[in-house]
Design a protein around this ligand. Sequence first.
Ligand code: CA
Length: 225
Amino acid sequence: MRVLVVEDEKRLAAGLRKGLEAEGFAVDIANDGTDGLWMATENPYDVIVLDIMLPGMNGFKVCEALRDADNWTPILMLTAKDGELDEAEALDTGADDYLTKPFSYVVLVAHIRALLRRGAKARPAVLSAGDLRMDPAARKAWRGDAEVELTSRELALLEFLLRRRGEVVSKREILDHVWDYDFEGDPNIIEVYVRHLRNKLDRPFDRASIETIRGSGYRMAANGG
Ligand code: CA
């Protein structure tokens, strides 16, 4: 099994190589994000261990670029202990797992083996309603052929509505799925985000995909409006 380690701290990288080789892995090292992306693109790795803070191109960008290029090699991200960069964001950009530094080899190897067992996940299906489409993995949305720029939260809301297209979904359900279960803020936040989606996906195209169901919630038109 071949592992690419993208890590700019030379001592840590050398230590990882030694530790992983001792476990029987073939290991390549890239010391910055640009090299890491290039090597990951050129070679068939079974797992990529990807640091976030890297010179050249950070780990999030490398991960996004690989997923955008349809490369689904399992990625284990290394995050800093101070939580400066959020683990959720790592998973959000298409990483499969993360480990917080410092970690032990035993734990690292356990995570790598778990990823190997799972294998590369298939590219998730594109969701659609009529000519309104979104790719949850690539985090992109389109109306017809036009790509529409959406924020993470807008994409999450659109994904939920598309998965339930044709059905009425309550604000409570939306909050539970798109925000956190323990969201204590104003549920009217949903109206704000629905308005954003309408302004971006409907209005410029003279369409109406998201229906307000008074007293109940919202419904994504099965035909995309
Ligand atoms: Ca680093």
